[in-house]
Design a protein around this ligand. Sequence first.
Ligand code: PAF
Length: 284
Amino acid sequence: MKVVHTIAEIRTAVGTASREGKTVGLVPTMGYFHEGHLSLMRQAKADNDLVVVSLFVNPTQFGPNEDFRNYPRDLERDAAMAESVGVDLIFNPSPEEMYPEGYSTYVSVEKLTEGLCGASRPGHFKGVTTVCLKLFNIVQADRAYFGRKDYQQFKVIERMVKDLDLPLEIVGMPIVREVDGLAMSSRNSYLSAAERSSALVLSRSLAHAQELLAGGVVNGEELQRKVEAFIGKEPLVQVEYASVVDAESLEPLADISSKAVLALAVRIGKTRLLDNALLEIPAQ
Ligand code: PAF
């Protein structure tokens, strides 16, 4: 496995493979890998001849008071983990390589980015779509892999690819959880032991929502209120949103009759965590 830091180097390496007729899979990441990242890399390996992982803590998707500086970074550890699952290339550019002096072009997806995380993180998705579009242009992959834990991000990227006719397939992968149910996230490393234990309320509230639905609570707002109350019993946890939305449009759903997602964002101390689940209406 090779670690490269410049756009010229990654273009040369991928270009050579493409000319040999090899298919290319890209896993965009911000590093500090866990099993969730490895599951994307394994799938990319199974589907493609060459696997590229981009490792870049993207400054344009962090707000001024967010954790850009403190975001966990460990290239040596990440490189060893990526190599263990057969990754061929890590692209680890500097911020200056991606956004040189004078950089001024951004891409934003409308509507899908307005609610959920978009409401409390203005500019976040513009940073995500811009860096992903740049990565897609640089690597020219056939497929790119994203985890569904960041469900809104996944739908926003899918939309951008469709709207801009980008010639690659976006593959959404299932959430990977710790044995006790906590969705894997690089930000879990910020949690104290007490916070880590409180964070289990996220996956438990998703299970609770499925039970409520099975018990006949099919009104989106009522389900939301009950889930918020359930999470609210955990003193260390502050709910940012617990929203029942249409799985495609991400619009709030009054009645859970079509494909719905329960999306959660909470703050535990200084850590912001996400989780979500598709809501399934039990067969009659
Ligand atoms: O999900 C992430 O890690 C980031 O938002 C991504 C997609 C790598 C863009 O920086």
